[in-house]
Design a protein around this ligand. Structure first.
Ligand code: GTP
Length: 344
């Protein structure tokens, strides 16, 4: 199962027009990176749990045959949260009560060995196996301390004080559930796996295993993480089978002046134009962006069809689709500009 129904509020304004899992990271939607990795790990059939902008997924992914998997859709008329989405998608599973179901949040880039996670889950007959990762600053995340044998002790909400940081292990958004555990989730209502399903399982004495994995991991929930993920893929820091690491990536139909400078893992979207003397550094340009003469785009995300005028400067900013930055204008660090806005 792939959970892709969230509104992606932290990634606005990019997610006003495209749902987060379909945003192109290094030119390819996050969902497609995940489907490809799952397929290569042996997954043949995927239930996509959709809610927000489900049409974008069906239009792009269809029945999955182009990607070499079978895709079916479990749509929620109103978003049911992560646990509710899993319960809703269960109607489309073919596995029986004891079989493992691999579940991925739709906004994570990771190098975890999915097949090994499933094998370990089956071998220990756990109710749920969680992929855990270690982070330097756990304050943004829910913490998951484990015992020496890997069994999860607790699920802790985002820690507020240093004393509350009892571990650096966090839920990495990749789970294996025993099928009957999914069927026991309350149907047709909003349920959170982290706040309801997992704590209730621990209270009931069920075994939840945490598997700490040290391979690449990044949650692409904010624009700055999204940029990091994209530049990491381009430069070969994040795993991407078949990709040759490079300093930048230029997609089909993009035109770039010979003296433009593009670097630090930037991606130039299909059909974009980069004029003479322009600089694109550590940034992601979606399709059909126009960067005019001498303009500078640094550590920024530029939406579909946006235009940065001659000599303008955009640094550490997020521009929605169709934004126009007039020649010579400056977009300051941290700005998020709504689709279609004109900045002078
Ligand atoms: P924010 O609004 O920025 O927090 O993003 P989000 O809505 O994507 O929420 P979050 O990052 O917590 O979601 C984790 C994963 O679960 C993402 O892949 C979401 O698409 C998915 N998800 C979250 N809520 C729902 C839901 O109600 N239904 C479905 N099907 N998926 C969901």
């Amino acid at each position: 199962m792939l959970l892709v129904g969230g509104e992606g509020t932290r990634l606005r304004p990019l997610t006003l027009t495209t749902p987060k899992p379909m945003l192109p990271v290094a030119g390819t939607p996050i969902t497609i990176h995940q489907i490809t990795r799952a397929r290569d790990a042996g997954v043949q059939r995927i239930v996509l749990g959709t809610a927000y902008r489900a049409d974008v997924f069906t239009d792009h992914l269809g029945d999955g045959s182009r990607l070499g998997v079978e895709i079916v859709y479990a749509h929620e008329e109103t978003p049911l949260g992560t646990g509710g989405a899993i319960r809703n998608a269960a109607a489309h599973l073919r596995s029986d009560g004891h079989e493992p179901v691999l579940i991925l949040n739709g906004d994570v880039l990771s190098g975890v060995d999915m097949a090994a996670l499933v094998d370990g889950h089956v071998a220990t007959d756990a109710a749920v196996t969680l992929h855990l990762t270690r982070v330097d600053d756990p304050r943004r995340y829910g913490l998951v301390p484990t015992d020496g044998d890997g069994s999860v002790r607790q699920f802790l909400e985002k820690p507020q004080t240093p004393e509350e940081i009892v571990t650096d292990q966090i839920n990495a958004g990749c789970y294996v559930f025993r099928r009957d555990v999914i069927d026991a989730i309350a149907p047709d209502r909003v349920v959170s796996v982290e706040r309801e399903v997992f704590p209730a399982l621990l209270d009931s004495g069920a075994l939840i295993r945490g598997v700490v994995d040290t391979s690449y991991w990044l949650d692409l929930g904010t624009p700055w993480d999204f940029l990091q993920g994209s530049t990491d893929l381009v430069r070969g820091v994040a795993p991407w089978d078949g990709h040759q690491p490079a300093d930048f990536l230029v997609l089909d139909g993009a035109q770039i002046a010979a003296d433009a400078v593009i670097d630090n893992g930037s991606t130039i979207g299909p059909g974009s134009h980069i004029a003479s003397g322009a600089l694109v550094r550590g940034s992601v340009l979606f399709a059909d962006a126009i960067i005019e003469q001498g303009a500078q785009v640094v550590d920024s995300v530029v939406g579909i069809g946006a235009c940065i005028g001659a000599g303008a400067s955009v640094r550490g900013a997020v521009l929605g689709d169709g934004v126009v930055v007039r020649p010579g204008a400056q977009v300051a660090e941290g700005e998020r500009i709504d689709p279609g806005t004109v900045i002078s």
